[in-house]
Design a protein around this ligand. Sequence first.
Ligand code: AMP
Length: 282
Amino acid sequence: MTKLKIIKDSKTLLRTIQIYKLKKKKIGFVPTLGSLHKGHLELIRLAKKKSDIVVVSIFLNPLQFNSKIDFKKYPINPTADKKKIYKEKVNILYTPTIKEVFPDNNIQKLKASKKAKKLCGRFRKGHFDGVVTVLQSFFKQVLPTIVFFGEKDFQQILIVKDLILKYKLKIKIITAPTIRDRNGLAYSSRNYLLDKKQKKIASFLFKTIKEISFLAKKNLKSLNNLEVTGKKKLINKGFTKIDYLEIYNENNLSKNNIKENNLRVFAAANLGNTRLIDNFKN
Ligand code: AMP
């Protein structure tokens, strides 16, 4: 029987992890912001399959929010999260405060790789710097063998891969496909902020990028037009603002050398104050 350890401080965490390390256990790490949903749970299940010990962190990282309002209204639900974690038979739930993540009080922000300049990085200044900064600190505390990320945040995966390469970290990255509800809407903590009507509109984000992706593959010369068409469709469906709908070579987020087998459509669109992202490759 797995007995869940809920750990709030980095010293206890490191001590516990080091014992597992001495026993040559494979540590799988799933970092999250909390408000857990089916997407997170699938990632945790994958981590259970691929590692001996699973550590899930719940930490609403202020460094990755470029807007204080967005940070304040981000949904949190620690009680429901804990219940879900218990059910998944995770080994360690790490719920640190910011002081535990950055013990010396002097937060030195890391710079994310060049891929952070596009897509979400363009609209959320400093977001990916905040992501890599917190991850580097977590990596030193969790000592993961494998770290798990969802394709829902595809750009984040590329940036974390660059981080691992840059610092020559001995961490394997395993990624998991996006989990969606029956209407295609990608599960996201931000969905908890949507009302019924908005949720219906939200499902058109996936439907639209899927359609654009199919058309793009058939017509690689008309990618710019398709981006415009996609944005118009989203506005017509009721999205209030489109940050981006762009088609890239998924390997490097470049417009060069886009081919059928590397083409991925990325979008970020707002419904009122709620910003949703998604991406698709067929
Ligand atoms: P977050 O709490 O939003 O930072 O997400 C934590 C991890 O869960 C990240 O690796 C996300 O990519 C992943 N994730 C979030 N939503 C989904 C989803 N719908 N399907 C699969 N993975 C997801």
